[in-house]
Write a protein that binds this ligand. Structure first.
Ligand SMILES: NC(=O)C1=CN([C@@H]2O[C@H](COP(=O)(O)OP(=O)(O)OC[C@H]3O[C@@H](n4cnc5c(N)ncnc54)[C@H](OP(=O)(O)O)[C@@H]3O)[C@@H](O)[C@H]2O)C=CC1
Ligand SMILES: CC1=C(/C=C/C(C)=C/C=C/C(C)=C/C=O)C(C)(C)CCC1
Length: 317
C-alpha cells in the first residue's frame, strides 16, 4: 500500500503539532507526514512528540505561509512534488477594539490566515488537479461562520477562508478533489495565551470609555473562563481531523466542539441573522450570572445531544 503524503503547516505548537504527531502515529501507517514550521529553531517540542516516527512516517521542513518562495522550496523538495493531503493550519489571532489596532496588524492577520492558504493552494492545487486526486483540509474556526465580540478582523480572516473554499469546492469536485473545513471552537493552545497577552497590552486610549470597559471588564475578564469551560485540547481536534482524512466521503464542514454547536446552530435557525446577535448580546450584557448560566447550559446540552453530533457521514469506520 502506498502511503499518502500529508503536508501540514504551523507545526511548531498547538493543533499543528498535535496533528502531525497523530497522523504520523496512524495505526496502519497510512501516511507520510511533512510537518512544516516557519522557524526551525522551534522544532524541539515536535521532535519530542514525534518520538520514533521521526525519519519514518514524519519529516520536518521549513515553510512560511507568508512567503511564496518558502512554500515553493518546500513543495519542490518533496518526492515528485506530491501532496495527497494538504492541511492548512498555520494561523494567528487578534482581539480588541478596531480603533486600537493598526491596519498593519490587521493585514498581518489576513496575510497569514487568508493569503497563507491562497499561496499554498496556488502552489499545490494545479498538481492535485493534474493527478485528479487530493484532499485540502483547512483549519478554519467557528469564527469562520459566526463573528464573536472583539474578534472582528480574526473572524473576517476566517470568513474569507470559508468563502474562498466554498467557491473552490465546486471546481474541486470536477477534478475529484475534496475540500474540508475543520471548525473548532476555543482550543487550549499557545493561541489562547498569545491572544490574551496581546489583548492585555492593548493601548485603549483610542477607544471610548464604553468600548474600553466592554473589552476589559467583559471580554478579557471572561476570556479564560470561556476557554476553561468550552475549551478543547489540540489532541482532540487532531483526532477529529485524523478521522476526516480517513473517510471515503469527507464532509465539506466539520465542527469539532459539541459544546459550541448550539451557538453556531443559531446562525442557521434565523435567515434574518438576528438570533445569534441578540443571543450573544444577552449572554454578554444582561448580567454576569446569565453569562455563567449560559456557559453551564452549553455544557449540559452536550450531554443531552452527544449522539446526534457524531460523524454520521463516516462510511469507512
Ligand atoms: N486555539 C484556538 O482556540 C483555535 C485555533 N484555530 C486555528 O487553529 C490554527 C492553529 O492554531 P493553534 O494551534 O491554536 O495556535 P498556535 O499559536 O499554537 O499555533 C499556530 C501555528 O501557526 C504558525 N504560524 C503563524 N504564522 C505562520 C506563518 N507565517 N507561516 C507558518 N506558520 C505560521 C505558528 O508558528 P510560530 O510558532 O512560528 O508562531 C504556530 O506553529 C490556526 O489557524 C487558528 O486560527 C481555530 C479555532 C480555535
Ligand atoms: C463572547 C462570547 C462567547 C465567546 C466565545 C469565544 C471567546 C470563542 C472563541 C473561539 C475561538 C478562540 C476560536 C478560534 O478560532 C460565547 C461563549 C460564544 C458566548 C457569547 C459571547
Amino acid at each position: 500500500m502506498t502511503q499518502k503524503v500529508v503536508l501540514i503547516t504551523g507545526c511548531s505548537s498547538g493543533i499543528g503539532l498535535a496533528l502531525a504527531t497523530r497522523i504520523a502515529k496512524d495505526e496502519k501507517k497510512r501516511f507520510m507526514v511533512y510537518a512544516t514550521m516557519r522557524n526551525l529553531a522551534k522544532v524541539e517540542p515536535l521532535v519530542e512528540a514525534a518520538g520514533r516516527t521521526l525519519g519514518r512516517t514524519m519529516e520536518i521542513k521549513q515553510l512560511d505561509v507568508c512567503s511564496e518562495e518558502s512554500i515553493k522550496a518546500c513543495v519542490d523538495s518533496l518526492p515528485e512534488r506530491r501532496v495527497d493531503i494538504l492541511i492548512s493550519n498555520a494561523g494567528m489571532g487578534l482581539i480588541g477594539p478596531i480603533e486600537c489596532q493598526s491596519i498593519d496588524e490587521m493585514k498581518t492577520v489576513m496575510d497569514t490566515n487568508f493569503f497563507g492558504l491562497v499561496r499554498l493552494l496556488k502552489e499545490i492545487l494545479p498538481d492535485m488537479k493534474k493527478r485528479k486526486k487530493g484532499h485540502i483540509v483547512v483549519i478554519s474556526s467557528v469564527m469562520g461562520i459566526q463573528g464573536i465580540l472583539f474578534n472582528d478582523v480574526y473572524a473576517a480572516s476566517k470568513f474569507a477562508v470559508e468563502g474562498f473554499c466554498e467557491s473552490l469546492a465546486v471546481q474541486a469536485l470536477r477534478f475529484n478533489l475534496n475540500i474540508s473545513l475543520i471548525e473548532p471552537g476555543p482550543v487550549i493552545t499557545e493561541f489562547e495565551r498569545k491572544v490574551y497577552e496581546e489583548g492585555m497590552k492593548t493601548d485603549l486610549s483610542k477607544a471610548d470609555k464604553i468600548t474600553a470597559d466592554m473589552f476589559t471588564n467583559i471580554y478579557l475578564k471572561n476570556y479564560n473562563q470561556i476557554f476553561e469551560t468550552l475549551g478543547q485540547t489540540a489532541e482532540d481536534v487532531a483526532e477529529h481531523t485524523h478521522k476526516i482524512i480517513t473517510m471515503d466521503n469527507p464532509p465539506f464542514r466539520h465542527q469539532t466542539n459539541t459544546l459550541y454547536t448550539p451557538m453556531t446552530t443559531l446562525k442557521y435557525a434565523d435567515p434574518n441573522g438576528d438570533l445569534p446577535i441578540d443571543t450573544f448580546y444577552k449572554m454578554v450584557f444582561e448580567h454576569d450570572k446569565v453569562f455563567n448560566a449560559s456557559l453551564n447550559f452549553l455544557k449540559l446540552l452536550r450531554w443531552r445531544s452527544r449522539k446526534s453530533f457524531t460523524l454520521e457521514k463516516d462510511k469507512s469506520s
